[in-house]
Design a protein around this ligand. Sequence first.
Ligand code: NAD
Length: 503
Amino acid sequence: MNTPATLSHYIDGQRVSSHSERYGEVYNPATGQVQSLVPFADAAEVKQAVQSAAAALPAWAAKPPAQRARVLFNFRALLLQHMDELAALLSSEHGKTLADAKGSLTRGLEVVEFACGIPQLLKGEYSDSVATQVDSYNLRQPVGVCVGITPFNFPAMVPLWMFPVALACGNTFVLKPSEKVPSLSLRLAELLTEAGLPDGVLNVINGDKVAVDALLADPDVAAVSFVGSTPVGEAIYQTGCAHGKRVQALCGAKNHLVVMPDADLNQTVDAVMGAAYGSAGERCMAISVVVAVGDETADALLAELMPKIKALKIAPYTDPDAEMGPLITPQHLAKVRNYVESGIKEGAQLVVDGREVQVAGHEQGFFLGGCLFDRVTPEMQIYKEEIFGPVLCVLRVENYQQAIDLVNSHEFGNGAAIFTRDGDCARAFTHHAKIGMVGVNVPIPVPVAYHSFGGWKRSLFGDHYMHGMEGVRFYTRLKTVTARWPSGIREGAQFHFKSGSEH
Ligand code: NAD
């Protein structure tokens, strides 16, 4: 076996070796082997990255938005040019199929394209003559040094939700990627340098809680974007706010797909297969719960789903026919398997059991076959908690009202979908679901780059979603200017507070 490579940080426009004595192991989940070691930055290394971003801020913020956009146009071209390389790097650390890796990279690329339009997006409002010879207008100015803390499941797309918009708005950035998939962020930083980004405008610091804590406490950090699990996100939101920072924390999920009796069965089955088992269920918008309205609906759906789940092509990303890859780490595999055991103990019916699946030649990989539970009830742990694996729960209800009540009483509110041909029912669902992103006959309703991504309830802490105009608002501060150019007007001193009409 080869000795694992040791990764670095990216500070001031170059890869920088760490002096840390703490390292994490980065797996190739398909083989189970450790392919590299990632340094866990200490507080001094974090400070170095933040100082680099702080030093780069004034010049970058002062650049006209069109010049900043030009760097992003170059970056876009490089992303396209390096797509195959980036997808292979991503899949080797994450395990997802190459087609899925490219799909997620393309979603990230679309945010870069959105950010290229920054001169238009930063256009403010102007009111002529708010009072006699007084005009008012607003500016959107950068907030300063921004931090991104990202999860393992989208090594490129989630960082790309954040830094293109932040940089376009004139901020500088420190990215702390997931320690399970650190390489993509380092490579994206290199490509940005090649695209013409000045040194220090984007830095990548690898690490764990120690690095995050240092970032949250640093007085030079103005804003924090987090994507990850709910307990960590909630703590980061509270700590970041206590330190006076602007924070957005996008968190965990349990996404329901409601199937009405009139839904197109074939379309629904295809949608459920991709949304529940794509990326081995390791997506914050994965469908992990199907709510079937009526026993007939449930029985028909299960009859179609079961053989398809058993026939899933589970394979390493190097197999072009792979439909589902491995889970991320042995610890996560054990956690998901424990959920399957807990479901059995609690009385749910495991109608497809993927626990015995083996991938020939990859016996040490972290593979788990697709699992399907029928007759799950709301009090079960497998329903209440996010499993983040290829385990789908089916709940049976009698009518639409019971289905929407389930959706609305769950603690998470990221995504939900309804499959139906009934426009009234679909409209009621879109209006009444307490959910941030809703699909109608669309199982994974991830908003495109020029709309904004975010959930409700305990799926998001903070006020702003990511990318689209919400992203521009998060990464800018609003300033309103009221200006008078005197031309002989003299009113004398005014000691009372004037309304606009009095001027
Ligand atoms: P995670 O919360 O374990 O880690 C996310 C980030 O936080 C990583 O960079 C990690 O290093 C850091 N971190 C972990 N523990 C920490 C701690 N105690 N203190 C400070 N920082 C810490 O999440 P994950 O396992 O990498 O990702 C999966 C989770 O992310 C799932 O819950 C999924 O739903 C969620 N997710 C949400 C969205 C969304 O948009 N809502 C998108 C993708 C993933």
